[in-house]
Design a protein around this ligand. Structure first.
Ligand code: ADP
Ligand code: ZN
Length: 608
């Protein structure tokens, strides 16, 4: 059966060899055992259950939390000639009836179902009457009550084991942390399952965290300079910011669509569909968007606000570059982010224990944003993985951050805040430090303080940086009542007494803003990697793909991925046989599209 699995990988999916632990996972299921698979996004989880479902007699039942995800997976499988279908609430009862009939007749290798459908008594009885190959529980972290993707129905999935103890089960997730893993095992009754953990590094993603300085302008520049015409996701904290950011991008000729829970289900579905079906659409969204989006060619994920934790950051940024081509995780970050998120935690309804947990998670993320060493290394260390050396593909590696001894500056700032009564915002404190006498200051007598004018060696901007970094490290905080004013924490005492040395980061020099808005519509990031003469072929291949996808009402990437086109451009297949050697071209796709795309390649290739 093992050879059979490899043969299916090659003939149906068109890939040469297994990746990561795919082969072992498949073997485990083929021997009738259970498995828990933790693999990063884009690692290749789907094949872990798709291949055994095809190889084993009977139908594989795949539990999936999202309708759009099921549809896409089924579309992609049908394109490869696999007998797959789905059952969910989006279907007419007639269509659902047809699917059930096919299921009963043993005509399906895979059936995707929503958890609530699976758990209905009628459906469980039906499953008792057919031959089952396996159960797969996708996005298994949805059982975690602590996580933001929690689904109540997922808690009841342990019934599968009780009712069908002899059928192998596989649970899959890209969420790495230990606590979630334990919860999955416990709630799904997977104590006997072998656990497969793949390294979580997403080497094709370039991480960068930039200081906020007119963030919308920074976003626009980031997109225009690196990703023209490419698909991306922009995350914002609030619905309002989603709306204004999307509007702003559109005003600058960038196709952006909004997505948040305040929009009607119809609008949301429409925007999500356009994002999946058209090339180069940007979704501006709250975290309501993303679960189950398996679009492979998202070229960047941009954060306009700080996420809630490192896990959330990793999960959200992980939606970029599933196809393995170069992608970017980009974030702007500033003092207000820390203050705002800390406020949200303090004012939430959660109990003290939960608040403590959230505070620690936020602090770790802030620590990551302020880091002066390799970002990837720190990110992976947090997820429990050791990355040797520096990665060379994150901004701290590409543009090393310099540090300076900020102990004295920190003492000056802290004592100035203390002496002015811990009632003012950063702006006022900086005026006192710099000795800028204002009316308000005089009325309060602060120009007579010993800290008045003691900080003239630094600029206002440098002081802002000092205060932000002291806040990030929890020497300063913003009290819940007076939004915007800053106070010392009890940790600050050690700094004032000179017991700790404060190493601060030097801010990178700002790129000068040009007065005129630049109209530079360069080529996008991935396209940049092509040789000059290949752009036309690239464009022609993609245009043909869009047309074929439209005819069938499916997303373009279920026909061929960008990475498959890249390989076609590089190796220029001359006939169907050579075409069949391209990764991602299985037998069915060769038959459906081989000639079509060969003709295009021939047209753009000069042969000796
Ligand atoms: P995940 O669900 O883990 O995020 P997918 O199953 O969607 O990842 O796979 C990510 C991409 O990698 C897909 O484009 C898939 O076709 C491709 N892929 C998976 N396994 C292999 C393999 N063994 N060889 C080449 N490509 C693969
Ligand atoms: Zn690095």
């Amino acid at each position: 059966m093992r050879d059979h699995a490899l043969q299916i990988l090659q003939s149906v999916f068109g890939y040469d060899s297994f990746r990561h632990s795919q082969e072992e996972v498949i073997h485990e299921l083929l021997s009738g055992k259970d498995a828990l698979v933790l693999m990063p996004t884009g690692g290749g989880k789907s094949l872990c259950y798709q291949i055994p479902a095809i190889v084993r007699p009977g139908t594989g039942i795949i539990v999936s939390p999202l309708i759009s995800l099921m549809q896409n997976q089924v579309n992609a499988l049908l394109q490869s000639g696999v007998r797959a279908a789905f059952l969910n609430s989006s279907q007419e009862s007639e269509e659902a009836g047809r699917v059930k009939k096919a299921l009963m007749a043993g005509e399906l290798d895979l059936l995707y179902v929503a958890p609530e459908r699976l758990l209905s008594p009628g459906f469980l009885t039906l499953l008792g009457r057919i031959k089952l190959a396996l159960f797969a529980i996708d996005e298994a972290h949805c059982v975690s009550q602590w996580g933001h993707d929690f689904r109540r129905d997922y808690l009841e999935l342990s019934v599968l084991h009780e009712k069908f103890p002899q059928i192998p089960r596989i649970a899959l997730t890209a969420t790495a942390d230990e606590a979630t893993r334990r919860e999955i095992i416990e709630r799904l009754g997977l104590e006997k399952a072998r656990v497969f953990i793949t390294g979580f590094d997403r080497s094709n993603i370039r991480y960068s965290i930039t200081l906020k300085d007119n963030p919308r302008q920074q976003l626009l520049r980031f997109i225009e300079e690196n990703h023209t015409g490419e698909a991306g996701i922009v995350y914002c904290l609030s619905r309002k910011k989603v709306e204004t950011t999307a509007k702003w991008l559109n005003e600058h000729n960038i196709k952006a669509l909004a997505y948040h829970a305040g929009l009607s289900a119809e609008i949301r579905a429409g925007h999500q569909n356009r994002f999946l079906q058209e090339d180069g659409i940007i979704i501006v969204a709250t975290i309501a968007f993303g679960l189950g989006i398996d679009k492979p060619d998202v070229r960047y994920v941009a954060h306009m606000d700080l996420p809630k934790s490192i896990e959330a950051y990793y999960q959200e940024t992980g939606r970029a570059g599933r196809d393995g081509l170069a992608a970017e995780a980009w974030m702007t970050y500033g003092m207000q982010d820390i203050v705002l998120l800390r406020h949200m935690i303090e004012n939430s309804e959660a109990d003290e224990k939960r608040k403590g947990l959230e505070r620690r998670k936020l602090d770790s993320l802030v620590g990551l944003a302020e880091i002066t060493t390799c970002l990837r290394q720190a990110l992976l260390a947090y997820l429990g993985e050791t990355y040797p050396g520096s990665c060379g593909n994150c901004d701290t590696c590409l543009e090393p951050v310099e540090t300076w001894d900020g102990t004295i500056a920190a003492q000056k700032a802290l004592s100035c805040i203390y002496r002015t009564g811990q009632r003012f915002g950063a702006g006022y404190v900086i005026d006192v430090l710099l000795g800028n006498e204002t009316e308000r200051m005089k009325s309060l007598g602060h120009e007579k303080l010993s800290t008045f004018g003691i900080g003239t060696e630094l600029s206002a901007e440098a002081w802002r940086s000092v205060i932000r970094q002291l806040t990030a490290r929890n020497f300063l905080c913003a009290p819940a009542e007076g939004f915007g004013s800053i106070m010392l924490t009890k940790e600050a005492a050690a700094v004032l007494k000179g017991e700790v040395k404060i190493e601060l980061r030097k801010e990178k020099k700002k790129v000068k803003k040009s007065k005129k808005p630049r109209i530079r519509r360069g080529r996008g990031g991935v396209e940049k990697t092509l040789a000059a003469g290949d752009h036309q072929l690239w464009k022609a291949l993609r245009e043909r793909r869009t047309a074929l996808a439209k005819e069938q009402g499916v997303p373009p990437y279920v026909i061929f991925h960008d990475i498959t086109f890249m390989e076609m451009i590089e190796s220029r297949p001359r006939d169907l046989n050579e075409m069949s050697l391209i990764s991602g071209v299985g037998e069915k796709k060769l038959e459906l599209y081989g000639r079509d795309f060969l003709a295009i390649i021939n047209k753009y290739s000069i042969r000796p």
